[in-house]
Design a protein around this ligand. Structure first.
Ligand code: SOE
Length: 383
């Protein structure tokens, strides 16, 4: 049977543009399906840079105006890898043009924007997904399997942290191509939308909805030079954020994120404590899922380290890669997401998180900023 083409139009060419392009290129040989991904066009305002990007990754053509990309009949799906402040406008226009949408996280600048985006994709009935890639690290996907099998029993605690240290230097400017993540006008928020968003997506997926939270944020460097204006400007993002809360299942939430944890580059880690067992995972050792199972015989009971690389079908995604014991990396979480997206198109059961799923994370993010501002507990809005 002839394969169906999925002709992708990529908007943006930064770090995420590269991560997603790599995934599109990897998915075919490792995760055979009825689809062939075709890198049809790359789009960005800077013509010279986008041409370089297209040549590097094998895109057939380029555009410098995303509206032109959406007008093209030879594009089936658009991948939004722009700064967060452009997600909404592009996604709504893409849905109106009947394109499938793969949108970088977080879904939007806030829940109000997110709601409009959900309404647009649902009215247009276009397949959609948000790139919360960490769900698809094999050890994290295994955690989901174990929880769904009931091996942890009642959950008491969920704690997560995402620590970095790349913005400690007060001379680092904000805004522009590489540093839009420090500019509130482009990013919407700081570590909450950029890093905690990942922790919240995984948490909601593993442990269900968050009911209410109480948050504290800090901006350590109050002013930075803005790349676009060349003037010192107030910093509007949160440099660090800590929140506690309660999940709808009664378990307690304890989350922390910062870009000021000297020595930590990208330490995303979580631990879940249940009545029967606990699980722990750390991105720095991404293939290992730590488990303490109270059902183990007393004299050998203790934390075990599961190396999630078996290819017998029990370790998610690993049967598609190498031989048991050999690892895959961060990049493959994106490949797995494309594979699941294509499988969703074929089965009719969409791969998550869809825009609607991601709206839940957005509601927690809004509650965090609201709580930090009002210094009060906030109930997470229902989506
Ligand atoms: C920020 O440094 C960043 O690149 C985030 O934007 C990503 O989402 C995260 O996965 C790694 O850190």
């Amino acid at each position: 049977m002839a394969k169906k083409e999925l002709r992708v139009g990529m908007i943006g060419y930064g770090f995420m543009g590269r991560a997603h392009s790599n995934a599109y290129r990897q998915v075919g040989p490792f995760f055979p399906s009825n689809h062939t991904v075709v890198l049809k066009a790359a789009c960005a305002r800077n013509a010279a840079e986008v041409e370089k990007f297209a040549a590097t990754w094998g895109y057939e053509s380029t555009e410098t105006d995303w509206r032109k990309l959406l007008d093209r009949k030879d594009i089936d799906a658009v991948d939004i890898c722009t700064p967060n402040n452009l997600h909404k406008e592009i996604a709504i226009a893409a849905a109106a043009a009947g394109k499938m949408i793969l949108c970088e996280k977080p879904l939007a600048m806030n829940v109000a924007e997110g709601r409009e985006m959900v309404a647009a994709v649902e009215a247009a009935k276009v397949p959609n997904v948000v790139w919360y890639n960490y769900r698809r690290i094999p050890a994290v996907s295994l955690a989901k399997k174990l929880i769904d099998e009931g091996r942890l029993g009642k959950i008491f605690h969920y704690r997560a942290k995402f620590l970095q240290d790349w913005t400690i230097n007060a001379d680092l400017p904000q805004g522009g191509q590489g540093l839009w993540r420090l500019d509130a006008a482009a990013a919407g928020s700081g570590v909450s939308g950029d890093l905690l968003a990942h922790c919240i997506d995984t948490a909601v997926w593993l442990n269900g909805p968050v009911d209410r939270i109480c948050a504290m944020t800090e901006t350590f460097v109050k002013e930075r030079k803005h790349v676009l204006t060349d003037k010192m400007e107030k910093v509007g993002i949160d440099d660090a954020c800590i929140f506690m809360g309660r999940f709808a299942n009664g378990s307690l939430a304890n989350f922390e994120s910062t870009r000021y944890a000297r020595g930590h580059k990208a330490q995303y880690a979580f631990e879940i404590n249940g009545e029967k067992a606990s699980l722990a995972w750390d991105l720095h050792d991404l293939h290992r899922l730590q488990m303490f199972d109270y059902a183990d015989e007393g004299k050998i009971r203790g934390w075990k380290s599961i190396h999630v690389t078996d290819n017998g079908g029990e370790h998610p995604y690993m049967d598609k890669w190498w031989v048991p014991g050999l690892s895959v990396g961060y990049d493959t979480s994106f490949t797995h997401q494309v594979a699941d997206f294509l499988a969703g198109l074929e089965s009719g059961t969409p791969a998550g998180p869809t825009f609607r799923d991601a709206l839940e994370t957005q509601a927690v993010l809004d509650a965090i900023l609201d709580s930090a501002k009002t210094q009060a507990w906030v109930t997470v809005a229902k989506t």
